[in-house]
Design a protein around this ligand. Structure first.
Ligand code: NAP
Length: 248
């Protein structure tokens, strides 16, 4: 029987690349998205073309009831997940802290931090060997912003990703004995829609000039690391924060 992966925010960008690579590795894939159903159905279709089962499901990860419904949908359509990728994330736009709105601050933490917790909670209920599960893997998509701080642009986003890193370390220790590994990837600038939708379309090109490896990241660069962390090849790796940022 195929293993099942739930990947949040998998309609586009890093999540979509990860979903498609997971399908290529033989996972049945639950493609979560927030609003762009067309993109999510396209990702699910590409996954299915690799001979696995795939299903798209809308759920705002910031809302615990919708996260519970996402996991129930996955149980019914594909089976309980062996892999959760907490990928859905927002920046909220560039701003100084002085000018940061309550709404942007609260939404950034609701999606990036609370969403990761809600999804992890549902995943643990299904993966934990203490509940008869077979164990599993959680991969959190963090950012190098967590260590750089992103002054003058998005300190709020950087702080949310630092929270994800702290959650990764604590949770890995809590659930390691339950058969669950938890790791994070601190991604550098990756060429996805996020820069266009957040008002900084030139960021990947600018980073290409400053990164020691001379280019922005590709979604595939991150997806490859996620699938390594999901695999038995990383069976002794947990609580790790893997930086994939072209040397930055
Ligand atoms: P993206 O291209 O903007 O795609 C974001 C995806 O997340 C979309 O599928 C979107 O759904 C979904 N999403 C957003 N809010 C959601 C919510 N509340 N509930 C469920 N899904 C939601 O972003 P990306 O660049 O691939 O980023 C993916 C992750 O990598 C994020 O956590 C981001 O912080 C992190 N990251 C990105 C970079 C980078 O340079 N790109 C660098 C470091 C870390 P819809 O398609 O329905 O809108």
């Amino acid at each position: 029987m195929a293993k099942v992966a739930i990947i949040t925010g998998a309609g586009r960008g890093i999540g979509a690349a990860t979903a498609i690579l997971a399908a290529q590795h033989g996972y049945d894939v639950c493609v979560n998205y927030a609003s762009n159903a067309e993109a999510a159905e396209r990702t699910a279709g590409t996954c299915a073309a690799h001979g696995v089962k795939a299903a798209a499901k809308r759920a705002d990860v910031a809302l615990p009831d919708e996260v519970a419904a996402l996991f129930e949908f996955c149980d019914a359509e594909l089976g309980p997940p062996a892999l959760l990728v907490n990928n859905a994330g927002v920046i909220g736009g560039a701003t100084t802290v002085e000018n940061l709105s309550d709404a942007v601050l609260q939404r950034t933490f609701a999606v990036n931090v609370e969403g990761a917790f809600y999804c992890a909670r549902e995943a643990i209920k299904r993966m934990s060997t203490a509940h008869g599960g077979s164990g599993g893997v959680i991969v959190n998509i963090s950012s190098i912003a967590a260590t750089l701080g992103s002054p003058g642009e998005y300190v709020h986003y950087a702080a949310s990703k630092a929270a994800v890193d702290a959650m990764t370390i604590g949770l890995s220790k809590e659930v390691g004995p339950l058969g669950i590994r938890v790791n994070a990837i601190q991604a550098g600038t990756v060429d996805t829609d996020i820069h266009r939708t957040e008002g900084n379309p030139d960021r990947p090109a600018m980073v290409a000039n400053s990164a020691p490896l001379g280019r922005a990241g590709l979604a595939q660069d991150i997806a490859e690391a996620v699938l390594w962390l999901a695999s038995g090849k990383s069976s002794y790796t947990t609580g790790s924060i893997v930086r994939i940022a072209g040397g930055l």
